[in-house]
Design a binder for this molecule. Sequence first.
Ligand code: ADP
Ligand code: MG
Length: 311
Amino acid sequence: MVVADAFGAHVPVFRELTASAQERAWLARLPNLVTALERRWDIHTGSPYRTGVAAWTAPAITSDGALAVLKVSWPHREARGEAEGLRFWAGDGVVRVLRSDDVHYALLLERCEPGQALSEAAGSAEQRLATAARLLRRLWSRQPAGGLALERVGDVTAEWAELVRERYRRLGRHLDSGIVALGAELLVSLPTTATSEVVVHGDFNPGNVLTARRQPWLAIDPKPMIGDPAYDPWAMLTQMGSPFDGPDAVGVLGARYRLFADLVGEPVERLLAWSVARAVESALWALDRGHPDAAHGQMAEAGLLAGIAGL
Ligand SMILES: Nc1ncnc2c1ncn2[C@@H]1O[C@H](COP(=O)(O)OP(=O)(O)O)[C@@H](O)[C@H]1O
Ligand SMILES: [Mg+2]
């Protein structure tokens, strides 16, 4: 039996996924799907988490008392590799997969306890970035074996470049055309100049690193791909605290990027260039989703980062 408040507008995914008929149909099927998974995997779920926008996620407990999390994602491209990536890392720096159902994009995961996000943790932004850098190095250190069913960064970002240009023509003429063009160009060119190849986490933001017991910090929610490690740090560096808000954003971000580049052993120019590319992609995606304010914010961030990079 699912809890009484399992579904409805208080759960973010029910507010976010209303744009298309397919999204609304998926939300309508979700209660039956969760009930079926509870039965099949012999688990009980609690009240869903109130963060996250592309998945229904709730604490769960298994029949032998293990603490778990049930995550059912809206079936989309980025969610397809989550189980594959988590299994690849085999619990080293990430949560373990207890069960998965690829057809329904459902995962039963090891639960992080107490599960406090790095975004909320004690310590200065710099201290928390150092924690993030250590964890990221650990993820990158596992060499990709053959036969991994993951997409390649360059294939995905080349498609994004096309989407950026198409969305700009259709919706974004008021945006800074130079920054849009720069972002689209970088999405294509950066993968061709990468000097190493790892399994990237793909969504390494401060909300996706949680305190745990088995290891002090575990990553959740990967959108893994194979490619340039410098692709990864953007979300961590730009979402830890509010680095764009202060009077000296350029100074703060410049120092932060240099520190992180040093800690992960990647060139700072590539971290900045990927950040411009990803911020532009994110801006045009937000515009397409009907969030023009978010799009303008991301474009401003892309412009500022391009300035720091001297691009
Ligand atoms: N393994 C886990 N242990 C503890 N909490 C989790 C776990 N997985 C997810 N959560 C909680 O659920 C929220 C949403 O999950 P997440 O996988 O990040 O989904 P989204 O793709 O929607 O961001 C997280 O921010 C966290 O609060
Ligand atoms: Mg998340």
